[in-house]
Design a protein around this ligand. Sequence first.
Ligand SMILES: Cc1cc2nc3c(=O)[nH]c(=O)nc-3n(C[C@H](O)[C@H](O)[C@H](O)COP(=O)(O)OP(=O)(O)OC[C@H]3O[C@@H](n4cnc5c(N)ncnc54)[C@H](O)[C@@H]3O)c2cc1C
Length: 406
Amino acid sequence: MDKYDLAIIGAGASGLAAAINASRLHPGISIALAEHLPRAGKKILATGNGRCNMTNLNALSHPYRNFDFASFALNKYSPQKVIDFFASLGLYTYTDSEGRVYPRSNNASSVLDSLRFSLGDNIRLISDINISKACFKSGSFILNDSIVSDKLIIACGGKSSPVHGSDGSGYMLAESFGHSITPLLPSLTPLNINQSENKSLKGVRASSVSLKLICGKNEYNSCGEILFTQTGISGIAAMELAAAAGREISSGNRPYLSIDYLPEYSENELRTIITDIIGHRGGNPPESLLSGLLPKLIGVSVLKKAGITGEYIKSDNISDTADKITREIKNSRYEITGTKGFADSQVTSGGIDTGEIDPETMQSKICKGLYFSGEIIDVDGGCGGFNLQWAFASGLLAGELNDQNQ
Ligand SMILES: Cc1cc2nc3c(=O)[nH]c(=O)nc-3n(C[C@H](O)[C@H](O)[C@H](O)COP(=O)(O)OP(=O)(O)OC[C@H]3O[C@@H](n4cnc5c(N)ncnc54)[C@H](O)[C@@H]3O)c2cc1C
C-alpha cells in the first residue's frame, strides 16, 4: 500500500486547487490526487462554452444556496484572491461588465493547464482510478485498499454532467463516513413545459425578459435570455429557476412560469404602445401586429394566448384588444411539468449537509482529518462564474488542512 500525508479524491476544479494550496502551505507534504477519468479537470474544459467563466466579482453578494455556510470560504478566498491565485500560476484574466472573469486567452484549457502545470513532484496524480471504498482505520484513511493517507479531501463534484466524471459516487463515500446528503436536484438546466404549448416556438429566443416562477405564495425571479426548445424553455434566465422548480415539484406542488417579455414598460405604457400599434397596423394580418416589438413567432403566440384570432385585428374594440395583448405580454404563463435531468444540468443543488462541516476549515465535524470541497457540498449558485468560485474557494480552504476548530 502506498502511504501519503494527504489523499484527494477528484482532480476537478476544487481538488486541483486544494492540492496546490496544500502543497504551498505544507512544504514537503506528499499528496495522492486520485481521479477516475484518464485526465484531470475534464469538466473545466467544457465550462463557459469553452471559455471558462472562472469566477465573478459579485460572488460575495450572490444568493448562493447555504450562503451563511459558504461565506467564510468565499470571503477568505474572494474572487480577487482567486484571480491572484491564478496569476501566481501564470494565468491572466479579464473581467466583463457584469463581473464575470475569464482567462485572457479566452480558452478554458489555459485554466486547466495553469493548474496541471503547478502540480509539483510531491503531488502524484493517479488517474484512471475509481475510488469506490474509503474508510478510517487505525489513524489512517484507506482508499480502495491501496492508498493510505493521514488526511483526506473528498472533492468528487456532484452528479451533474456525469460525462465529465461527476457521477455522484462521492456521495456514497461521504455517507460511508456517516455524513448525510440533502435531496439532490439538477440545477442550471432547462425547464420542461407542456409539449403542445411550445410547438410553434421551438428555436425562438427572447432577450431581456423577466421571469417569475410562481408556486402558491412562493415566487422566484430571474431575468435575461430564454430559448424555447423541443421540450421546454432553456436559456440562462430559465435555467436559473430549475432547482426551485424541481424542489416545488418534488414537494407535490405545480409551479408555473410567468414571462414578462417587455419588463422595461409598465402596463400602462405598454397599453398605450399597443393601442398605437393597432391604430397603425390593425388592418394587416395579425402575424405582423407585434413584429416591431417582439420576435415574430412570440408575437403570434401572444395573440393566440390572448384569444385574438381572425384574419384582421378588428378596430371596433381597440381598448379591450389592447388590454388583452398587454396582459399577455406582461404575464405569459406556462405550467412547468419538470426539468431536464442531471445529464443536462450544469450543477447539482443539494449535497453533503453543511451542518456537518466546519465552514472555517471545510473539515468534517464527524471524522477528524476528513475534508470536503466543491460541488459535493450542499452549496450552489447561478450562472456567471459563481459555481467555480465556490469550487476554487472551498478547495483552497480545504487545502489549508486546518484543524483549529476540532
Ligand atoms: C457544461 C458545464 C459548463 C459550466 N460552466 C461553468 C462556468 O462557466 N462557470 C462556473 O462557475 N461554473 C460552471 N459550471 C459548473 C462548474 O464546472 C462546477 O460547479 C465545478 O466544476 C465543480 O467543481 P468540483 O471540483 O467540485 O467538481 P468537478 O469539477 O465535477 O470535479 C470532480 C472530479 O472528481 C472526479 N471523481 C468523481 N468521483 C470520483 C471517484 N469516485 N473516484 C475518482 N475520481 C472521482 C471526477 O471525474 C471529476 O474530475 C459548468 C458545468 C458544466 C457541466
